[in-house]
Design a protein around this ligand. Structure first.
Ligand SMILES: Cc1cc2nc3c(=O)[nH]c(=O)nc-3n(C[C@H](O)[C@H](O)[C@H](O)COP(=O)(O)OP(=O)(O)OC[C@H]3O[C@@H](n4cnc5c(N)ncnc54)[C@H](O)[C@@H]3O)c2cc1C
Length: 388
């Protein structure tokens, strides 16, 4: 039996990208020094700061891979990779633009109409238009084929009725792509009859209700549609092709550096705390060394996926693997921080190790769930290897 490639060909970052990295670092240093934000853990879910997103947009660091004619910068996926990993490693507040920049831009380029591209891409690249993800529903998370939100054909468009859930940032985003049923379920082909609609979240008939996190903070939502009219101009891609479109989107969603860097600011702070102590024992040094080695390996795997995406491939198997390994690693940083450092977590602290630890612990339950649970991802990898 010939096993499929689990990781695409390795990618070496071209030397000239060191210049871009240095530029991003000095921008972030200046922002931090000016007190514009404090490094936090899990910033791509919780660090919502439109001002920061706009400043990135002004620098040309959003919509980097979007062509210039749509307001983007026509740069490579690897240049974008360098910028995003620097932002995450610094714990900068990137949540407002994250989903729009990561997956909506590429999806609009792939499946959007010319009018949709012109309407949304320039604002995404400026850091002014934000999107959510409208996939999950009550009883439909891992098994997305079972979504029940339905769109019925009406004059000039579609009428939407149903409920989406766990929708990060919907209360502040301008729009999301809703995965909906446009024809009745067919048990013989569960992936048929699904479509995507681009839903602007200020339309009449939409109710957005908060679902607080363990921290008490409001990031999640339940989004209800009561006969919401969606014009034909907001059909995304082809009616009936929703499943193929969504699975393509998931490759972008699962493989990025956010899947192993949510708690990187905590690792950096832990190293800072340990170096400030007199004499760190060999066991502690070994444990930190192992964590640093692992992050480097994960980074190389994720970079290989970014390289494959750049060349037009859809490395879904490798993306699933990076997400499974990466999100487990994020939790191991928290375990190490709790064991190796005597500073207790403090959710009320302004910043620093105690606050990063508290944020990380309280956000950790979501790491292995969001974007598809690890059990399901392992099922995808097993199927890809011909094991099930
Ligand atoms: C922080 C966070 C942010 C999120 N943001 C969004 C968002 O913005 N938009 C959005 O649409 N969704 C979002 N989600 C939802 C997320 O994608 C779902 O929670 C996830 O897909 C799991 O679905 P579920 O919660 O319905 O669990 P279920 O599918 O009910 O799964 C429950 C358990 O059963 C296991 N399981 C299910 N099927 C199988 C199987 N075939 N084999 C083995 N085990 C299985 C799962 O692994 C899990 O442990 C977010 C979730 C989190 C935690």
């Amino acid at each position: 039996m010939r096993l499929p490639e689990l990781v695409p060909d390795p990618v070496e970052l071209p030397a000239h990208l060191a210049e871009l990295r240095a530029e991003v670092r000095s921008f972030l240093d200046a922002e931090r020094a000016a007190g514009a934000w404090t490094p936090r853990a899990d910033v791509w879910l919780s660090g919502w700061d439109p001002g920061f997103s706009r400043r990135l947009g002004e620098r040309g660091w959003l919509g980097m891979t979007i062509p210039v004619e749509y307001g983007g910068h026509g740069r490579s996926a690897l240049e974008r990779y360098v910028v995003t990993e620097e932002l995450l490693a610094a714990g900068a507040p990137v949540a407002a633009h994250w989903i729009a920049d990561r997956q909506i831009g590429p999806s609009l380029l792939r499946f959007g109409t010319e009018e949709q591209r012109t309407a949304f891409l320039p604002g995404i690249a400026r850091g002014e238009i934000y999107f959510g993800i409208g996939m999950s529903e009550p009883d439909s998370g891992s098994d997305l084929a079972s979504v029940r939100t339905r769109a019925e054909r009406v004059d000039g468009g579609w009428e939407l009725t149903g409920t989406k859930v766990w929708t990060s940032g919907a209360h502040r985003a301008h729009a999301f792509f809703a995965l909906v049923r446009t024809s009745p379920p067919d048990e013989a082909n569960r992936h048929a009859g699904l479509s995507q609609l681009l839903v602007e979240l200020d339309r009449p008939g939409i109710e957005i209700r908060p679902i607080p996190l363990l921290t008490g903070a409001h990031h999640f939502n339940e989004v209800r549609f009561d006969r919401v009219f969606i014009p034909d101009s907001r059909v995304f891609g082809e009616i009936g092709h929703g499943w193929a479109q969504v699975t393509g989107e998931l490759a972008f969603e699962r493989s990025g550096p956010e899947r192993f860097l949510s708690t990187y600011p905590l690792l950096a702070a832990l190293v800072g705390e340990l170096t400030a102590q007199d004499g760190v024992d060999a066991g502690t040094r070994r444990r930190i060394g192992a964590l640093v080695t692992r992050v480097w390996t994960l980074r190389n795997m994720s970079l290989a996926v970014a390289g494959a995406l750049e060349s037009g491939a859809a490395p879904e198997l490798a993306a699933a693997l990076v997400k499974d390994l990466g999100t487990r690693y994020e939790n191991e940083i928290i375990d190490a921080a709790r064991l190796l450092c005597a500073v207790p977590p403090d959710p009320g602290a302004e910043g620093g190790f105690a606050r990063l630890l508290a944020d990380s612990v309280l956000h950790a339950p979501g790491f292995t769930l969001r974007g598809g649970t690890n059990e399901v991802l392992r099922g995808i990898v097993a199927r890809g290897m011909g094991l099930r």
